[in-house]
Design a protein around this ligand. Structure first.
Ligand code: ADP
Length: 190
């Protein structure tokens, strides 16, 4: 089982590279952001709760996200492996993921961290906002998402570095160049 965490700031290219990974390695994809947006679109209780946090650029509370992730993970049983996109985003989520996988006799195989500097991230997210119409891709919300990333999410890098799982990848260049760097890491996993 290949369990890949694709990690990085908002706008670092996690979704784009996940699409490539799914095709090349035949993996299931779990994007917590996509799950939440679909819940919002369907007007579910979870969607309504998430909306308040997402529109402010804040994280949805850990207990809600961890429960949701556990449910979605159940539906991916029997796959070749999973790409975790947008999860974990806090240390508590990272520990919960380790726990969930170990209960299945599995573990995180690698954490691909896409490194992109802040001005480039802001530029990409503003451009995406013009096309996607995502309500959180406006300058004010982008700035709080970047703060949240720096304060709550990036400490996970140390967590995965300690366990020898962190692979830092330069996230600038063409999509194909970046995917080449990611594939090299995955192909070299033992
Ligand atoms: P991006 O990486 O561009 O911020 P996502 O689609 O991954 O986009 O996430 C959008 C929003 O959904 C986040 O800003 C956050 O509010 C919420 N969200 C997604 N994943 C998580 C998570 N693992 N924990 C808490 N909130 C989350």
């Amino acid at each position: 089982m290949l369990n890949v965490v694709i990690f990085g700031a908002p706008g670092s290219g996690k979704g784009t590279q996940s699409e490539n990974l799914i095709k090349k390695y035949n993996l299931a994809h779990i994007s917590t952001g996509d799950v939440l947006r679909s819940e919002m679109k369907n007007g579910t209780k979870l969607g309504k709760l998430a909306e308040d946090y997402i529109s402010k650029g804040q994280l949805v509370p850990d207990d809600v996200i961890i429960g949701m992730l556990a449910d979605v993970l159940e539906t991916k049983k029997g796959s070749n492996g999973v790409i975790f996109d947008g999860f974990p985003r806090t240390l508590a989520q990272g520990e919960a993921l380790d726990q969930m996988l170990s209960e299945k006799g599995q573990s995180v195989s690698t954490v691909i961290s896409l490194e992109v500097d802040e001005p480039e991230l802001i530029d990409r997210l503003l451009k995406r906002g013009q096309q996607s119409g995502r309500s959180d891709d406006n300058l004010e919300t982008i700035k709080s998402r970047l703060d949240v990333y720096n304060n709550q999410t990036s400490p996970l890098k140390e967590y995965y570095k300690t366990s020898g799982k962190l692979a830092s990848i330069k996230g600038v260049g063409t999509v194909d160049e970046i995917f080449g760097r990611i594939s090299e890491v995955i192909d070299n996993l033992k």
